[in-house]
Write a protein that binds this ligand. Structure first.
Ligand code: BTN
Length: 262
């Protein structure tokens, strides 16, 4: 695919016609190529055959209509690692807003990007960050770009096409959204790398602002199989979600699935 805008943002962009999982391909490149694989190298495809999701799930993406993107982040030291998926969520939100300014886009903690989250709630993107043995992280983003209603993989999914202004050139939309997301992601990572109090607080504020979860009534399904219900009130220092329960207590949720109740 011709991706002029994206290649300007990410000169180290490897486009693959078809691939099992972009996260796996990038990991193999890093393992075999070591330091020669540059920070912010990006592997991307519109046809991923064995995409992986969080918590061992698969990520189903009809070929040709979706983007699977993996970016290598060599250093992320100025914030706890739990912030990287949250920052990626903000970058995806902001990238989508650039191409679909009328869409209401927000992050469902920790890794889902939703359009119209407070109403019918469609998932447009999922994020899977995976740490490599050398300490670097692969940031994986799955994005529903050109799917029509009939092509959505589940009834809880949506696509950018369904929320963007009429699109003349489908490849142009793919390129524009990929370029915007990478630009936003790299910009936020640059801010974190500055490492001073203002830049870190600025990034935290952006993540908080883009959250569709904070301020809402939620049910958290924890990995142990238990539930916590209450208001999502803030993000903890490590990026965990703090839920205030009806008895006034607070529960800190580090991992799990969140359901927005209203
Ligand atoms: C989720 O919603 O559970 C996360 C889905 C993450 C999918 C992306 S697509 C690019 C990258 N490669 C993968 O195999 N998974 C991630």
């Amino acid at each position: 695919m011709h991706l002029p805008e994206s290649r300007r943002v990410a000169p180290e962009l490897l486009w693959l016609d078809e691939v099992t999982s972009t996260n796996d391909v990038l990991r193999e490149l890093v393992v075999s190529g070591g330091d020669q694989v540059l920070d912010r190298m990006v592997a991307a495809t519109a046809s991923q055959t064995a995409g992986r999701g969080r918590l061992g799930r698969s990520w189903i993406a009809p070929p040709g209509k979706t983007l699977a993107v993996s970016a290598l982040v060599r250093e992320f030291n100025a914030l706890p690692p739990g912030w990287l998926p949250l920052i990626t969520g903000s970058a995806v939100c902001r990238g989508i807003r650039d191409v679909a300014p009328r869409a209401s886009v927000g992050v469902k903690w920790p890794n889902d990007v939703l359009i119209d989250s407070r109403r019918s709630g469609g998932k447009v993107s999922g994020i899977l960050c995976e740490k490599l043995p050398d300490g670097s992280v692969i940031v994986g983003i799955g994005l529903n770009v050109l799917l029509t209603e009939d092509e959505l993989p589940t009834d809880q999914a949506t696509s950018i096409l369904l929320h963007a202004d009429p699109v003349g050139d489908p490849d142009g939309l793919m390129d524009a959204v990929l370029a915007s997301i990478l630009r936003q992601l790299f910009g936020l990572l640059d801010e974190v790398s500055r490492g001073n109090v203002e830049s870190i607080e600025g990034v935290r504020a952006i993540v908080t602002e883009d959250s569709a979860t904070l301020g809402t009534e939620v049910r958290a399904m924890l990995p142990a199989g238990t539930d916590v219900q209450g208001e999502a009130v803030r993000l903890a220092n490590d990026g965990a979600l703090v839920i205030r329960t009806s008895d006034g207590g607070e529960v800190v949720v580090a991992a799990g699935d969140i359901e927005h109740l209203r």
